[in-house]
Design a binder for this molecule. Sequence first.
Ligand SMILES: Nc1ncnc2c1ncn2[C@@H]1O[C@H](COP(=O)(O)OP(=O)(O)O)[C@@H](O)[C@H]1O
Ligand SMILES: O=C(CO)[C@@H](O)[C@H](O)COP(=O)(O)O
Length: 456
Amino acid sequence: MTLVAGVDSSTQSCKVVIRDAESGALVREGRASHPDGTEVHPEHWWTALQSAIEQAGGLADVAAVSVAAQQHGMVCLDEDGEVVRPALLWNDTRSAGAAADLVAELGGPKAWAEAVGSVPVASFTVTKLRWLARNEPDNARRTRSVCLPHDWLTWRLAGRPGVITTDRGDASGTGYWSPATGDYRTDLLELAMGRVPDLPRVLGPAEQAGTAEQGGALLAPGTGDNMAASLGVGMRPGDVVVSIGTSGTAFAVSEAPSADPSGAVAGFADATGRYLPLVCTLNAARVLDAAARMLGVGPEGLSDLALRAPAGADGLVLVPYLEGERTPNRPDATGSLHGLRLATSTPEHLARAAVEGMLCGLADALDALGVEPQRVLLIGGGARSEAVRRIAPTVFGRPVLVPTPGEYVADGAAKQAAWLLSGEPEPPLWDTGAAERYEADPTPGLRERYQEAAQE
Ligand SMILES: Nc1ncnc2c1ncn2[C@@H]1O[C@H](COP(=O)(O)OP(=O)(O)O)[C@@H](O)[C@H]1O
Ligand SMILES: O=C(CO)[C@@H](O)[C@H](O)COP(=O)(O)O
């Protein structure tokens, strides 16, 4: 049996799956936590990766490895390849002002959408580089090269060779690489930080990134976590995936690049040579974590409470902007509760409002994507909640399919590794198992009440 490993180094944790390259059968797995916070030293990712690999039984018998990771994070390296400062993550909003400045300086949102497929908000790497240049000029000066979380981990696995690599998917979240042309826009880096640091080489979908220093496994290109999820879940034309992780995302696979001047849809590339228009919110699974904490229960307790309350929570609405928000672009927004009355002051109502509010944000993301899906697939840690699965169709107004809960980002990375070994023109078609279908009537007035509350 030939084994491949896939890594998901996402916001909250690192997961490793080891699968049979031929059938995709799961052989071993491991995981480790990442520290909290929106700025994290990359060395923590490396430590977590090492312990997740160890838990998964090591890589000695693995033929190829691929790393998928949270998108956008700014990793700055000095001339010796040392990390200059902790990485600013995708959900760090301190560069919101820099984003607004950059949008204005290039001539508005349309100019950015045309240049790189996306209008930068604080999440995008280019805005973090502007923030660095303005607020930490010494660190900006010491920065010889800039890369992303998956680029850096792949480079570390390879033993820090002379060249850092990336892929189309992750490059498309920088704000200085164009999915439409496949080229870096160094002029935009110049605009952001006044000079052009060294950048990773952008690999093709099944191009080798290198060889692991320990054990000699081949390294596949890796990608951003959403691109890997798309691959892992085996998206078909007409599918929309809604992922409920730390971020909430809604995305589709497309044959053509997109450029949405409203900024809601990020025009990413995918991991197969196609494109991945995507809408991202900052508030998803952690809204459930926060509600559970407030109610003194665990995830199952929250789910039970939410399912005991009436649909619509008798008008109690939770606006879930607990970390500010990215779509809509309101980095300084906070969460709020509306419709609180004696009758709605119960744990059941609060739990329901938290699940519904989080899902309303995702329903808006789904709408903003602007495609009429044939299937909506629900994945990510939050999709493990029974309440989320059962309430989602009442909010989305359409049935949802929930694939067997699993690590689809790590699985997608493992598929990249198997693809590299196969030399085939397309990635392997592993059986991802049956998806469960959830169907329910839409809850009248729910989304309208949410829209009203969210605008206050
Ligand atoms: N049974 C569950 N019910 C609700 N939320 C859950 C459940 N299991 C995991 N989660 C949530 O999933 C989130 C992690 O999801 P994941 O997709 O791994 O995130 P990320 O990829 O951003 O690190 C956590 O916030 C966790 O609370
Ligand atoms: O910023 C985005 C997409 O643009 C996020 O989706 C990040 O890629 C983080 O993902 P998770 O850790 O929530 O999976």
